[in-house]
Design a binder for this molecule. Structure first.
Ligand code: PEP
Ligand code: MG
Length: 550
């Protein structure tokens, strides 16, 4: 028996032949005296194409693994516009160097700068620079990129895998991932976890290519890659596999089951989506509705802001596909970490505290009206609800409602059909919204708690900064108490309350949500089934506030 030990970063047991993924680096030629305008144009075209590819990878990642998986690709899109990275390549092209050399130089400089930082998380981001630069070079040279076609199911071994490589792999042939490098916060680890692929990182040079083709077991829980297990080890591996298989088949039956606890309490499981294409995954996983449609992605991918007709078509498509089930369409939440090139915003010192989300919409009423008209028009084709993000004050909701009223009056005058009873709700994602919840509940038809931002603003912890580790704790009693205050205010006013931040996807928190009185959880489609299983195994009567000790 041979065991190679590393760091288990994504749970599960896989068995199969190991296969090594080898990259062949392309040598970059240095040419000077090129046509600066021509080379700059080539760079611009390659960046645009790379951004389009990254958007579609983000969509695919979101379908398979939710927001966390998609965020990696969205961050790569931002990198394409980064002043140091893109600025350096443009400068070199302007000096007459060929575009390929400009990319390679910008890559080297930026990666070296990141690698020199003290923070290990920031150091690890040099891998992002290499990933994006590799994609640009492939586009410029017309190279096909690494061969990611897996012929048969394998445990894939590599030095490390970039996000763009991981997402392009055929999931049906990818049993598990084993890498020599990498850590808990490496991209392989993050993607593998969100996609549910067992993975072990940091196996070092013991992961030798001489092992190619050998049968192995990869145990994500313990961080082991095991060859030729002895009888005792084999028995324990088989037991783990059986347990895993039972869990999978139990989950497969969950898609058409009801979201009720053993004692009959309903806790609806809905889905978060970012584009009409995501609806397929909602239906396949039996989502009860869409609890959060993040419409900003219609803007992030576009060169120009989507007009009323384009938005109407997207919302109508989702509403028709969802039929009777409610679709909560959130109005534009741009700003802070989500910047759209079609909507350039002035630079801000503290963008997370700046002109974002509803503040942007209320200061650019035409932008807001276009979206509201599109949503109301689409409301004739299904069960739409409108939700406003980043609310802090009752006057904002009153103003939003006033504009909704005007939009409805316009549509009536134009003879355009819409649903006058369309629910209008707000996101509770600021401490101010929590403290004002009793007043806000009188103005809203529902609340939806955005725990990502609520954690950020309650704990004064930047949600983008993974270096904050345990300080960013969405289960902090302060956050849970805030959710409780909002839930109490909602129920007092007779309206429903959901949770649509990442916290909602944790099956271990179902008893907490039941105790807090939450009515709906909205999660990535891939998270529906485990959550439903946890709800069906719970007894609401046992989930009391006393047990939470808040
Ligand atoms: C949240 O803040 O929890 C949320 C769901 O909104 P977003 O992540 O899009 O900011
Ligand atoms: Mg938010």
């Amino acid at each position: 028996m041979k065991i190679i030990r590393g760091r288990g970063v994504s749970r599960g047991v896989a068995q199969g032949p190991v296969h090594f993924f080898l990259r062949t680096g392309t040598a970059v030629e240095r040419r000077q005296g090129c046509d600066p305008q021509g080379e700059q144009a080539r760079l611009k075209a390659a960046r645009l194409e790379a951004a389009r590819n990254l958007q579609s990878m983000a969509r695919r990642a979101r379908e398979q693994g939710g927001d966390e998986a998609a965020a990696l690709f969205e961050a790569h899109c931002v990198l394409l516009k980064d002043q140091d990275f893109a600025g350096t390549m443009d400068l070199l092209a302007a000096r007459g160097f060929n575009a390929e050399y400009a990319v390679a130089q910008a890559e080297e400089q930026c990666a070296a700068m990141l690698a020199a930082m003290d923070d290990p998380y920031i150091q690890a981001r040099a891998a992002d620079v290499h990933d994006v630069a590799g994609q640009l070079l492939n586009l410029l040279t017309g190279a096909a990129g690494p061969d990611l076609d897996l012929q048969t199911p394998v445990i894939l071994c590599a030095d490390d895998l970039s996000p763009s490589e991981t997402i392009r792999l055929d999931r049906s042939k990818l049993l598990a991932i084993a890498t020599r490098e990498g850590s808990d916060s490496s991209h392989t680890a993050i993607l593998a976890r969100t996609l549910g692929i067992p993975a072990v990182c940091g196996l070092g040079d013991s992961l030798s290519e001489a092992l190619e083709g050998r049968q192995a077991f990869l145990v994500g829980d313990t961080g082991e890659l095991i060859f030729d297990p002895d009888r005792e080890t084999l028995a324990s591996l088989r037991a783990r596999q059986d347990q895993q298989a039972r869990r999978c088949s139990r989950l497969a039956h969950m898609a058409d089951q009801e979201d009720i606890t053993r004692d009959g309490r309903r806790l609806q499981v809905c889905c978060n989506i970012a584009s009409p294409e995501d609806v397929q995954a909602v239906l396949a996983n039996g989502g009860r509705g869409v609890g959060l449609f993040r419409t900003e992605f219609l803007y992030l991918a576009a060169r120009d802001c989507p007009d009323e007709q384009t938005q109407f078509a997207a919302y109508k498509q989702v509403l028709q596909a969802m039929g009777e089930r409610r679709v909560v369409i959130r109005t534009l939440d741009i700003g802070a970490d989500k910047q759209a090139s079609c909507l350039p915003l002035p630079r801000e010192e503290n963008p997370a505290l700046g002109m974002r989300a509803i503040r942007l919409c209320l200061t650019r009423p035409q932008l807001f009206r276009t979206q509201l008209r599109a949503i109301y028009r689409a409301s004739a084709y299904g069960r739409a609800a409108i939700m406003f993000p980043m609310i802090t004050s009752p006057w904002e909701v009153a103003e939003c409602r006033r504009i909704c009223g005007e939009v409805m009056a316009e549509l009536t005058a134009e003879g355009i059909p819409f649903c006058r009873e369309t629910e209008v709700g707000i996101m509770v994602e600021t401490p101010a919204a929590v403290l004002m919840a009793p007043e806000l509940a009188k103005l809203a038809d529902f609340f939806s708690v955005g725990t990502n931002d609520l954690t950020q603003y309650t704990l004064a912890c930047d949600r983008q900064n993974s270096g904050l580790g345990p300080f960013f704790d969405p289960c902090h009693p302060a956050v849970l108490r805030a959710v409780k205050l909002a839930a109490d205010a909602a129920h007092q006013a007779g309206i429903w309350i959901g949770v649509c931040g990442e916290l909602a996807a944790d099956p271990a928190l179902v008893p907490t949500f039941l105790a807090l009185g939450i009515d709906e959880l909205s999660v990535a489609p891939g998270a529906v089934l485990p959550l439903r299983a946890a709800i069906r195994e719970s007894t609401a009567g046992d989930c009391t506030l006393e047990r939470l000790a808040l």
